[in-house]
Design a protein around this ligand. Sequence first.
Ligand SMILES: Nc1ncnc2c1ncn2[C@@H]1O[C@H](COP(=O)(O)OP(=O)(O)OP(=O)(O)O)[C@@H](O)[C@H]1O
Ligand SMILES: [Mg+2]
Length: 254
Amino acid sequence: MSAGIASSGTASAAGTRATAPLLEARAVHTYYGASHIVRGVDLAIGPGETVGLMGRNGMGKTTLIRSLIGLTPIKRGSVAVGGTDVTGFAASRIARLGVSYVPEGRGIFASLSVRENLTLAARPGVDGERAWTLERVLTVFPRLAERIGNGGDQLSGGEQQMLSIGRALMTNPRLIVLDEATEGLAPLVRAEIWRTLALIRAGGTATLIVDKTVSAMAEACDRILVLVKGTVAFEGPPATLVADAEAMQRHLGV
Ligand SMILES: Nc1ncnc2c1ncn2[C@@H]1O[C@H](COP(=O)(O)OP(=O)(O)OP(=O)(O)O)[C@@H](O)[C@H]1O
Ligand SMILES: [Mg+2]
């Protein structure tokens, strides 16, 4: 794909060519000061595809996804969303192209109610549609319906995570990027989050999921990438990764 079609504005970006990946990163390098963290990562996500990003602590997963969505500047390489070159774009501009982020540690507004958190996030998708409404999000997360008037700071960890995912859905994204959405949660709550991600997948919204639970990732993802020291050490279907005991032990420690 040519980068020359870039920056023709959001209207034409919305009219995505059918062949363009939803997100395409090429040879991305990211540094924190002198520390070279992301080292030449290529990554493409097709419309509706669920891609998993795995790897041990500190391998650069969060840095990579922040690089893709404009929160951490990249030093070299390129990132395109729906065929539009977004390299160097501010995160808010990338978000408006239909990329929604559920950060590690959630990022909800503690002083606002569940309802306010959700309605403030609401906007139509790049196609102008509002497939996700407050009602639909509350149907997916009945617990949020029960807590609708509670403040963000009155929610359990699991409920905060649900609210964070609910906020992402309210933006009617084409791609949701989730960083460790199930970390630190009780098993039943984790199961609820995975059920929701399965619903999102079935609904045709693409997701990039960072998580360390191999069994859940194998079920949830179409494809998995494993990051080792900022480079892609494995890319392929979950079954191929799981079948490779040596790679599992070496790259994931399981
Ligand atoms: N803001 C920062 N400034 C400097 N170094 C950072 C910063 N954030 C992360 N790092 C370092 O960059 C490396 C990659 O961190 P990153 O958070 O991307 O890893 P990760 O794969 O997401 O790890 P985890 O599984 O623990 O979330 C680590 O060595 C980390 O200490
Ligand atoms: Mg991380």
